[in-house]
Design a protein around this ligand. Structure first.
Ligand SMILES: C[S@@+](CC[C@H](N)C(=O)[O-])C[C@H]1O[C@@H](n2cnc3c(N)ncnc32)[C@H](O)[C@@H]1O
Length: 231
C-alpha cells in the first residue's frame, strides 16, 4: 500500500511538496483523460454562481486544469486567485494561463496552504477545489474553505469517489479518498448542497470524480437548514 501523503497541517506545510516532483506526470495523466473537456461540458450545462467583479478562488490549482476550464467558461469578469503548495505546479499553471487566456482575465497566483489560507474571512464569493482535500483532514479543509467564503457564496468541490480506477490513482498520486458519507456529512456542517453531479459514464473523469455545488449558510437567516437552527 502506497504511503498517504498528508501535505500539510494548519501550522506546517512541507517545503518542496510532493507535487513539485510529480507535477509533470499529473499534468500528462489528466490531459490524456480528457478532464478539461469534461469540465467544459460541466460548466456549459451548469450556470456558475458568479456576478461581475466576484472574488473567485481555485484552492489547490495544481497545473491549472480547473483554472483554465473556469477561464474558458466565465461569462463575466471576476477577480480570480489560484493558490497551491507546489511552486512548480503553479509555474506550469501560470504558463498555460499566459498562453491561452483569450479573455485576458487576470489571475493572481499565490503559494499557500489550503489549511491556512492567507485570506481574510468571507473574502470569496466562489471557491473551487478539486483533488486537494484528499491530501488533508476533510473537516479541517472544508472548514477553512468555508471560512473564506462569504455567507451565501458557493463552493464547487470535485471529490474523488471510491472506484477501482480511483484506487489506482491513489497509489500513483498517494492521496486518500474520503468516504462519500463523510464528504456529505462534513459538507452539510458548513454548506447547503445545491447540486450533486455525476459526470456521464463515457467520460473518464466519471470513473473517479463527481461535482458538488454547495452554498454557505447565511448565519442567522431563514436559509439556515431547520436541523441547524438554534445550534
Ligand atoms: C491532484 S492535484 C489537483 C490539481 C487541480 N486542482 C486539478 O484539478 O487539476 C492536487 C494539488 O493539490 C495541491 N495541494 C495538496 N495539498 C495542498 C495544501 N495543503 N495546500 C495547497 N495545495 C495543496 C498539490 O500541490 C497539487 O497541485
Amino acid at each position: 500500500m502506497a504511503e498517504y501523503v498528508l501535505t500539510a497541517t494548519k501550522n506546517n506545510a512541507r517545503a518542496g511538496s510532493f507535487y513539485d516532483r510529480i507535477e509533470g506526470l499529473y499534468d500528462l495523466t489528466f490531459k490524456l483523460n480528457g478532464y478539461g473537456r469534461s469540465l467544459d461540458q460541466y460548466f456549459e450545462a451548469h450556470h456558475l454562481p458568479v456576478f461581475p467583479g466576484a472574488s473567485v478562488l481555485d484552492a489547490g490549482c495544481g497545473t491549472g486544469t480547473l483554472t483554465l476550464a473556469l477561464l474558458r467558461n466565465l461569462k463575466v469578469p471576476v477577480k480570480l486567485t489560484a493558490i497551491d503548495l507546489s511552486a512548480s505546479s503553479m509555474a506550469t499553471a501560470k504558463k498555460y494561463v499566459d498562453k491561452s487566456n483569450s479573455s485576458q482575465q487576470p489571475v493572481r497566483f499565490a503559494q499557500g496552504n489550503v489549511l491556512a489560507l492567507p485570506f481574510a474571512d468571507e473574502a470569496f464569493d466562489l471557491v473551487l477545489t478539486s483533488g486537494v482535500l484528499e491530501y488533508l483532514p476533510l473537516d479541517e479543509g472544508l472548514s477553512e474553505l468555508a471560512r473564506v467564503i462569504a455567507p451565501g457564496g458557493h463552493l464547487l468541490h470535485l471529490p474523488m469517489r471510491p472506484t477501482p480506477i480511483t484506487t489506482l490513482l491513489e497509489m500513483l498520486f498517494r492521496f486518500k479518498t474520503h468516504p462519500p458519507h463523510e464528504v456529505a456529512e462534513t459538507t452539510d456542517r458548513y454548506f447547503q448542497v445545491v447540486s450533486h453531479y455525476r459526470f456521464p459514464r463515457f467520460q473518464a473523469i466519471s470513473w473517479s470524480k463527481s461535482a458538488v455545488l454547495a452554498q454557505k449558510f447565511y448565519v442567522g437567516s431563514a436559509d439556515v437548514p431547520s436541523g441547524l437552527a438554534g445550534q
